[in-house]
Design a protein around this ligand. Sequence first.
Ligand SMILES: NC(=O)c1ccc[n+]([C@@H]2O[C@H](COP(=O)([O-])OP(=O)(O)OC[C@H]3O[C@@H](n4cnc5c(N)ncnc54)[C@H](OP(=O)(O)O)[C@@H]3O)[C@@H](O)[C@H]2O)c1
Length: 252
Amino acid sequence: MKIKDSVAFVTGSNRGIGKSYITALLNQGAKKVYAGMRDAGAFSAIAAEWPQEHRGKVEPVAIDITNEGHIRSALTKAGDVTLLINNAGIANFTGLISADNLDSARQEMEVNYFGTLRITRAFAPVLKKNGGGALVNVLTVASLVNFPVLGSYSASKAALHSLTQGIRAELAAQGTQVFGVFPGPIETDMAKNFDMEKSSPDLIAEGTLSAIEQGKEDIFIDPMAVQFRKDYFADPKALEAQLANFLPVPSS
Ligand SMILES: NC(=O)c1ccc[n+]([C@@H]2O[C@H](COP(=O)([O-])OP(=O)(O)OC[C@H]3O[C@@H](n4cnc5c(N)ncnc54)[C@H](OP(=O)(O)O)[C@@H]3O)[C@@H](O)[C@H]2O)c1
């Protein structure tokens, strides 16, 4: 699929990687971009950062991906979408056993897995009507091997990885290409408490768009992700053992 003249919808686009997706889409000639964000009131401040010639191409859409009503309303506005980028996500940095209760794990599943599934099911017929197009799920290297320090987040993103494989098969018949992006640590609010080298969100956004054009389904862009992929395919048990050294801090 070509990015030029595509009509894209990006969730969680008010900050972080989502915001970089909007800029990259505009720079690469997307015809129109729907900027999904929970607080569409934040849009004008963000839009002020884009070059004047691009601003008219972006339309804000208020959307919480866990809210069926918001999704229905987004559908009525964005019936011309050819590229859906499921970027919205949360990470609560909780362990599976050390967390006080199941609230955090449920919330991560509700947003990262069920929220993405909900919007994907809603937009699948739109993509079909518009010729097939493409769909991108923003996963993480933690989709492949659990990071116990964010154990419940990893589990929700592993579920999303499985979902990505499943919808790839289901949507093939309608000509929709399905991509999964597996970033390592990225310089955004989500990773602000991670004391390690991080890559820029622009790198992920630009790398995703070129991988889409090349038809690469599994997208590893930043240096940590590229190395992680090699290590994973070489010896997944060794990676699991290595990550087991980084345990969550017990809550009490
Ligand atoms: N940063 C990393 O190191 C890293 C690494 C691998 C993968 N990722 C993935 O990359 C994606 C983007 O994360 P980021 O790093 O850019 O994080 P971020 O800066 O925390 O941004 C997260 C975005 O998701 C939105 N969001 C959260 N819950 C939502 C909901 N229920 N409905 C709609 N939007 C919602 C947020 O909106 P509000 O502003 O309203 O909260 C925000 O726009 C996520 O899927 C994340 O898991 C990040």
